[in-house]
Design a protein around this ligand. Structure first.
Ligand code: NAD
Length: 258
């Protein structure tokens, strides 16, 4: 198994993407340190997926510096090291134009999507520098690169994740620590299914997956398991010369827009 004896911290682990990534690493033998602010969801996912060994649940808020410091310390205490970090927790935007901004939502979004990523980087990088090795994968978004009206809050936060990734990569290279980000496009999630079914309750999941039409050259959305494979690649030694990169996992959406 590729990640036997290795430890990964995953934030947003109770969500669609975090869960799929955790599952993929668990199947490959990794120790899981799972962070999410929703304690009940975290416990439920762990139970449902049957992660009954090698798993540490760390209900924490990624915007709280003390809690971030603690989730890293508890991981090291239990497993001895942090080999990979999937810095992924995030929320979506309000779909308003800038002139209509709800500034309280903007502050909250920046706190989770940017400060949460920065705090995770701060404490995990300190640990990886002490170890002299590690791989970080931040979750940005295709929307952090290709802009659309009504998405300024989310796009600004995800552009910031790209910037944090590149500068962290430069600062970490000589310590043998790599930092990259993934740029997902449209991912199969319950939330998207519910949104699409509001207009048409009879739509099947397959029909919804194909309904994004021409905007995705591959012609369908991304399954979370497909993202997990990319995260595993970046975490592994197969990506030993890759740092500061944005990996687009979007079925060609970005290529289609530039
Ligand atoms: N789903 C998509 O289509 C898509 C596309 C591009 C990028 N992304 C990004 O992928 C990441 C994961 O998205 P998802 O689709 O799995 O979302 P999700 O809502 O299913 O999961 C997000 C998880 O993060 C947790 N979370 C939120 N705020 C937190 C906080 N302050 N502290 C700790 N945990 C917190 C939530 O409880 C939830 O379990 C996000 O950063 C999102 O912006 C998603």
């Amino acid at each position: 198994m590729r990640f036997s004896g290795k430890t990964i911290i995953i934030t947003g682990a109770a969500g669609t993407i975090g869960k799929a990534v955790a599952n993929a690493f668990y199947q490959e033998g990794a120790n899981l340190a799972l962070v999410d602010c929703n304690k009940e969801a975290l416990e439920r996912v762990c139970r449902e997926e049957g992660w009954n060994e090698r798993t540490l649940l760390l209900p924490s808020d990624v915007t709280d510096e003390k809690q971030v410091e603690e989730y890293v310390a508890k991981t090291v205490e239990r497993f001895g090291a942090v080999d990979a970090f999937f810095n992924n927790a995030g929320i979506t935007g309000n779909r308003k134009t800038i002139a209509e901004f709800d500034i309280e939502h903007f502050r909250k979004l920046m706190d989770i999507n940017v400060t949460g990523i920065a705090l995770g980087l701060k404490y995990v990088l300190q640990q990886m520098y002490r170890q002299g090795s590690g791989s970080v994968i931040n979750t940005s978004s295709q929307k952090g690169k290709v802009f659309a009206k009504g998405s300024a809050d989310y796009a600004a936060s995800k552009s910031a994740v790209i910037t944090l990734t590149k500068i962290a990569a430069m600062e970490s290279a000589e310590k043998n620590v790599r930092v990259n980000c993934i740029m997902p496009g449209i991912v199969h999630s319950k939330m998207l299914v519910d949104v699409k079914r509001k207009g048409n309750p009879d739509l099947s999941v397959e029909e919804i997956g194909r309904s994004f039409g021409d905007s995705i050259p591959i012609g369908r959305w991304c399954e979370p398991e497909e993202l997990a494979k990319a995260v595993m690649f970046l975490a592994s030694d197969d990506a030993s010369y890759i740092t500061g990169a944005e990996l687009h996992i979007d079925g060609g959406m970005t290529a289609n827009s530039l």
